[in-house]
Design a protein around this ligand. Sequence first.
Ligand code: NAP
Length: 481
Amino acid sequence: MVARVIPVEKFDLVIFGATGDLARRKILPGLYRRWKEGQIPKGAKIVGAARSDIPRDDFRSMVRAALEEFLNHKELVDDKIASFLEMLDYVTIDAKGDDGWDMLGSMMRPEMVRAFYFSVAPSLFGGIAKRLHQRGIADRNSRIVVEKPFGKDLMTARALNATLAEYFHEDQIYRIDHYLGKETVQNLMAVRFANILFEPLWNSQFIDHVQITVAETVGVDGRGEYYDSSGAMRDMVQNHLMQLLCLIAMEPPHSFEPDAMRDEKLKVIRALDPIKPGEYVRGQYRGRGEEDYLVDSGNPDSRTESFIAMKMHISNWRWKGTPFYLRTGKRMKSRVSEIAVTFKEPPHSIFGESNQWRENVLVIRLQPDEGMDLRVMIKEPGPGGMRLKDVALDMSFAEALGNDLDIPDAYERLIMDVIRGNQTLFMRGDEVEAAWAWVDPVIEGWELREDQPEPYEPGSTGPEGALMLMHKDGRRWREIR
Ligand code: NAP
């Protein structure tokens, strides 16, 4: 089965920071894939912008090299690459200066959807927004796409929201969280709200607990200075994990419209209880050489966490009594992102003591191998009497829908949504602020107490304390294989 492709309108897309890592690794390869699949129409234009003073042809060569580096060779089709590169233009602009903007303005065409992707350091967001507005390069129908991090606490996030709001309306601002663009995350919405099967059980009466794991094998990956001033709580929990938690926990919205969805997510964040000491564990990988966080981050005195596990409570009718356990870390055993919803025991077993009951678990895998599985109890086949066994009803999307299914990367989907003007999978300003309002006091608490993160072995599943966080509740983390 081949994914259905509905072309978007013609557009002018400007990528600020087009020579940077994110643009080369994700944005430009993603755009090429959408072009190759026929979703981007002929006549669309992509303009790269950065300070580097390079001619358009050098920019095109750089993009070709990026496609060759970051896409697999099956995707590299000569004539598609050539026609994609034809679409590209380049303008030299220092976001803090005055040169180049008129040139950029002259490249924009009337009657086209205009989008501006801010793939630059957050300190530049305000200046770019201001110049686009003041020089009339952006109009009321234009969109801006803002990368993470969106602030480093409530105060800075508020200030950034206020700055952007001076020049753009909320319906023009696309705050990207690429986790929301993942196929599985949207499938989670479909599973919950397009089936009658799960929703009646989706509450604390039937769900024992929920686990959300985002484990990475990489370290700070050359971003030591940024990461050390951020840590796992700001870099991962405030945005990605919090968004996943919202999608699991939210009430059914009345429609899949952006504000209907975002209103419900916001209610979840506002219903989160403050977290107390003893309900979280911070860790830091401590190995040899670069596998030691203190070396990797370049800060020998660092107290920043490269791992965090925590237990969260949502104070509302649906979830009172069902804990949500979150964990995320770097240099862990393997790269895994998943949500596991563990159901409670049936009230009575008719199969006797010898049949050990295992929990029903719905696992939503974001990485690797996007898909879902549901662990259920069945009778073990054969004549050996009524022996029970738990098995996975496995649904890998690639398998279920045909191996040739082309699942777009999160960035591809989200950029196409920007062109379509659909904000459903983007964060609204008040959501981001509410998430910071919950996160800030937790961080202030450990900074005040001068908490030291607990060391863990690189390549492990995190510090001992994280295991204890579950064990003391009589539960265990799912294995990271
Ligand atoms: P990067 O590799 O450092 O690239 C920064 C880009 O900004 C370069 O193209 C640079 O080109 C341009 N730039 C720097 N100063 C500029 C200025 N004054 N005016 C105009 N352009 C300027 O950074 P990145 O990793 O691509 O990250 C970009 C943004 O995405 C950041 O906000 C980051 O937090 C976010 N992000 C990145 C990733 C990732 O995987 N890389 C993931 C999530 C979010 P010149 O030097 O030529 O100007």
